[in-house]
Design a protein around this ligand. Structure first.
Ligand code: MN
Length: 231
């Protein structure tokens, strides 16, 4: 709660209706995305919305559903929230050049009493994911003595760990490799790279057209059916 000390000191919450911030606020749901990224090495970028940005980790392999198999998650720079809808190809030669697929999206909820930012600073965040592919309880744990200087920035290595719960799958660390399409557009990496149009949008449009024609049929004036015979 250290971050809110000054905010609270300035306010009398028995008088003002402003939020004091606390357990309920700390456990608020926020957005998360995972972007599969075929850069120099294929990885999965996990992004958790926090304080107006996406806190980001490059997970070096597909997230594991087996609590015993932990994945290395290299902390990378915060990303803007707009990035959460990005899918496409970063030109070669640019930073992170390669195809980006919006592999999963949904909401995340901290499972700690401390504010999530504090938990991250302490190097241990427990959270719940409600995505299309990642669900249930997870943890990010910062590794000790694993700081490497790259340029002027210290890069922290974390472990992404599936916690034991009903959706954990012991022995199925790579089960999610079978999920190869975009959660946003239904496209494979190859289709994104080739600039093919979104499958889901096309499917949704077709459905909307069908619905419209059904409505049109329903609205068509009913032919008088034998009225004259019975009246
Ligand atoms: Mn990346």
């Amino acid at each position: 709660m250290a971050r809110l000390t000054e905010y609270r000191k300035k306010r009398d919450f028995s008088i003002t209706s402003e939020p004091a911030g606390g357990r309920a606020a700390a456990r608020r749901s926020r957005r998360f995305v995972v972007q599969k990224h075929a850069a120099t090495r294929l990885h999965y970028d996990l992004r958790l919305e926090l304080d107006g940005v996406y806190k980001s980790w490059a997970v070096t392999k597909v997230p594991s559903l087996d609590p015993a198999v932990r994945r290395l998650a290299v902390e990378v720079e915060d990303h803007p929230l707009d990035y959460g809808t990005f899918e496409g190809t970063i030109p070669k030669g640019q930073y992170g050049g390669g195809t980006v697929q919006l592999w999963d999206r949904g909401s995340w909820t901290p499972q700690t009493d401390d504010p999530a930012m504090r938990a991250l600073a302490d190097g241990h965040l427990k959270f719940e994911l409600k995505g299309e592919r990642l669900k249930g309880r997870w943890a990010l744990v910062r590794m000790r003595d694993e700081e490497a200087r790259r340029g002027r920035k210290i890069r922290h290595n974390w472990l992404l760990i599936k916690e034991k719960d009903a959706v954990a799958q012991p022995g199925a660390a790579d089960a999610l490799l079978s999920e190869v399409t975009s959660a946003k557009t239904g496209r494979t990496m190859e289709e994104i790279a080739a600039g093919k149009p979104a499958r889901r949008k096309a499917a949704a449009r077709a459905k909307a057209v069908r619905k419209k024609s059904v409505l049109r049929l329903k609205k068509a004036p009913a032919r008088p059916r034998g009225k004259s015979v019975h009246s």
